[in-house]
Every structure is written in C-alpha cells, then in structure tokens.
Ligand binder design. Structure first.
Ligand SMILES: [Mg+2]
Length: 257
C-alpha cells in the first residue's frame, strides 16, 4: 500500500492504484483507490456526541444512588430469526423500515434483580441498542416500570472506530453515586472506576451473575459514600479484564457493545 498519509482527526488515508475488474466495474485500466483507516493512536480518544438527550430528569430523592444497566448480553440476549431452541418472548421492531423478529432470552434472575435493586436505587438502562428495538423489549421485560429511565443509542457518544461510549458524566448524576454494569468495559471507558464488568450472557441458563450483583447492591454498598470505592474493593477496581471483554462484532444492528 502506498501513499499513506495522516490526515488528522484520527484517520490515515491510503491511496493506491488497482487494476482489473471487480463487481460491476467494467474499467480495465488502473484506477486510484482511496481507503480510510482509523489511526489506532488516536481513535479511542476521539469521541463525538450523538445528541443531547442523555441528561436525565432530576433525582426524585437526593439519597438515591443510581445503577446504570446495559441491556444486551447483560440483562437479556436476543437474536434475530430463526428462533433459538428456547426463548422468553419475541418482539417485532421496525428497524430502518424493516419489520424484524427478535427472540429474547432473559438472563437468569433478571426479574428478581430488578425488583430488588429498584427498591433501593434509581435504575437506569443505558443501551447502545436502537430505540425502536430496545423500547419494545423493555416494555415487556419491565412491565412494572421498575426501570426509571431509558437511554438508547442516540445518547451514546461515538468513537472514531465506531464504538458506542456511554459517558456517565453527561447524565446529570454525581459520579460518586453512580455505578454502571455492562458486559463491554469499553463502553464505560471514560469512567472506568464507575464500572462493573459482567460476563457476557447468551444462553447459559446456569448463569448466576445477577444473583452475585444483587448481593453487592443490596448488602455491600451500604457502607460506602462513594460507589467507586465499593466497586474497587468488591470487584477489584472495575475497568474489566480480558475474560469479560465482549467479542461481539462492533456494528451489530441492535447494539455495538
Ligand atoms: Mg451489552
């Protein structure tokens, strides 16, 4: 590859001559091909805002702490058709003008977990999923309205690599009093001390991660004014490790996390 040059803004432009016929092209003379490649030195530092919709309404009580929960592979796993062997419910969101089927499996213990923590915390779901998909899913997952607020993809920031980043500093809560639980630690890379990585859930019905988290929120956090100290002591510092890093493709239609 020749002609590589840095353009700034996190991209390198590669220019090269290619020949031959490909796809619908009929030209057989060499032509110039221009490719953009993310500059790995800069990419994750470059973050853009998608919208201003991520500021939550004021807390109903100053005493409340906030638990921010990711959705896909944290609370549920959903897959488009064909249907898996077992699933809990189906939704049919309209995405980009297409009606699609998603078969949703709830993570073991999710109902009990939401019921328990919502008595003590403000519960927010912050997902990189699209609103038409996630809102339908949450309507069924949370019929009692235990989740106080929902933030969707348009509340995420975007890195130049296309990752969706959940910036907790923009939601209007004191960061001492916020914890985020997410199967992808990269999504909270702007505030790693506030994050609890959780094992990615797909179809393991023996999974007990939400049970463990329930113990943390119900019993362990009481002694801490700053939730980041509780995270650090209980989970060893947050920020995640390789075992909890998501291997999901970064540009799935419903979520890149
Ligand atoms: Mg996730």
């Amino acid at each position: 590859m020749n002609g590589a040059r840095r353009r700034g803004q996190g991209f390198i432009i590669h220019r090269r001559e290619v020949s031959g016929v490909s796809g619908f092209e009929t030209l057989d003379r060499p032509r110039l091909q221009v490719e953009f490649e993310a500059d790995s030195e800069l990419t994750d530092a470059l973050v853009t805002r998608e919208s201003n919709r991520n500021r939550l309404p004021p807390l109903v009580s100053d005493k409340l702490k906030t638990v921010v929960l990711d959705l896909d592979e944290t609370l549920v796993h959903s897959s488009p058709s064909p249907p898996p062997e077992t699933y809990d419910f189906m939704i049919k969101p309209n995405l980009y003008g297409l009606r699609m089927n998603f078969y949703v499996s709830k993570r073991p213990g999710v109902d009990e977990f939401l019921e328990a923590i919502s008595k003590k915390y403000e519960v927010v779901v912050f997902t990189a999923g699209l609103e038409p998909y996630a809102s339908l899913l949450l309507d069924i997952l949370d019929p009692k309205g235990l989740i106080s607020h929902r933030l969707y993809r348009d509340s995420c920031n975007r890195s130049s690599r296309g990752r969706f980043i959940k910036d907790l500093s923009m939601i209007g809560r004191d960061l001492e009093r916020v914890v985020i639980v997410d199967d992808n630690p990269k999504s909270y890379s702007l505030q790693p001390a506030n994050g609890i990585p959780i094992k990615r859930f797909e179809d393991d019905m023996e999974d007990r991660e939400l049970e463990k988290l329930g113990v943390f929120f119900q019993r362990y956090c009481d002694g801490f004014e700053d939730m980041r100290d509780a995270v650090k002591q209980y989970w060893g510092g947050g920020g995640g490790d390789d075992d909890t890093m998501s291997t999901q493709p970064e540009s799935s239609i419903i979520s890149s996390q």
